[in-house]
Design a protein around this ligand. Structure first.
Ligand code: GLU
Length: 312
């Protein structure tokens, strides 16, 4: 049997918080309980938002929490480099492969035009009506501005079985439309980069937050078009604050740096998350490594998990 290869792929755009560590811990436990290889990949593709400082702090926070990795930006490994900003040639090569198949086209639509043509309000970023797929439109816009590049999405259902969310199906052409694979500023899209990287790094298992479940059909389409095998997916519930909002990097009180500065111990944070994941019966300090033997992803609840900074 192939050895399991899993990864944690954070974007270093701020100090990591409890929600990031929740995902990191569960991905780490999935790999460690299977005796697999853990990869840390820095998703610092967006030069406007990523900072090397945050990547350094993230690695320090993870180590402090007892979460290690076998391959990563600091330790290297057979699939180096492990930071996306150093892997742009690979994304470009994949894009050229898709373009050679005639399934990529330039899109000159502005944000305002996208908003005006979206069938439902709130869907502005989601469903693309295909304006620039009609070549005359794109020709007429040529030179007006830098285009983004979109993928021609074929009609049809994409299905997969998620280890946590169960059976998932989506007709991407209806629910998303032709999606962006390279932004107008030249930055390759997350959807493309994540597929290129997980394929190149031979990742067999992806465990990540539920918010990315809806991206997975697009990624499966890209695996198919690029002729690559897809990993097994597990999308775990998100952590939310008592007011129902998703934890974000703006909520400083739940950043690991802040908790640590207040004297909260690493074992207390891991114990709190393990309790919320139903991995231990009572809330108590625990080391991440102590959870490996009894890890079982099916113990997770399927609804979002409420956490409160006062608990810590
Ligand atoms: N970089 C993404 C994030 O931090 C995660 C990507 C993934 O796990 O596929 O949200």
């Amino acid at each position: 049997m192939r050895i399991m290869r899993g990864r944690f792929a954070p974007s270093p755009t701020g100090d990591i918080h409890l929600g990031n560590i929740w995902t990191a811990l569960l991905a780490w436990l999935q790999v460690r309980s299977a005796g697999g290889v853990m990869v840390l990949r820095m998703e610092d593709l967006d030069p406007g938002r990523s900072r090397p400082l945050y990547a350094d702090r993230l690695m320090a926070d993870m180590k402090w929490l007892g979460l290690d990795w076998d391959e990563g930006p600091d330790v290297g490994g057979p699939y180096a480099p492990y930071s996306q900003h150093e892997r742009r040639d690979l994304y470009q090569a994949a894009l050229e492969q898709l373009a050679a198949d005639g399934i990529v086209y330039p899109c000159y639509c502005t944000r305002a035009e996208l908003a005006a043509s979206a069938p439902h309000s709130g869907d502005t970023e989601r469903i693309y009506s295909g304006t620039c797929r009609r070549r005359e439109v794109a020709e007429a816009c040529k030179g007006a501005r830098q285009p983004s590049l979109r993928l021609v999405v074929p009609p049809g259902i994409t299905s997969f079985t998620d280890l946590q969310a169960g059976d998932v199906s989506q007709d991407i052409s209806q629910e998303v439309g032709d999606f962006v694979v390279r932004r107008s500023d030249g930055v390759h899209a997350y959807q493309l980069a994540v597929v290129v990287d997980d394929a190149a790094m031979e990742i067999t298992h992806v465990l990540r937050g539920y918010d990315l479940l809806s991206s997975t059909p697009r990624q499966l389409l890209l695996y198919r078009l690029l002729g690559q095998p897809a990993p097994v997916f597990t999308h775990v519930p998100l952590l939310i604050a008592p007011d129902g909002h998703r934890l974000s990097k703006r909520q400083q009180d739940l950043s690991i740096a802040c908790l640590r500065a207040q004297g909260v111990k690493a074992e207390a944070i891991i114990g709190y998350l393990a309790y919320k994941a139903n991995l231990i019966d009572a809330r108590q300090p625990v080391k991440a490594a102590e959870l490996i033997a009894s890890f079982d992803v099916s113990k997770l609840q399927s609804d979002p998990v409420i956490v409160d900074s006062h608990d810590l």
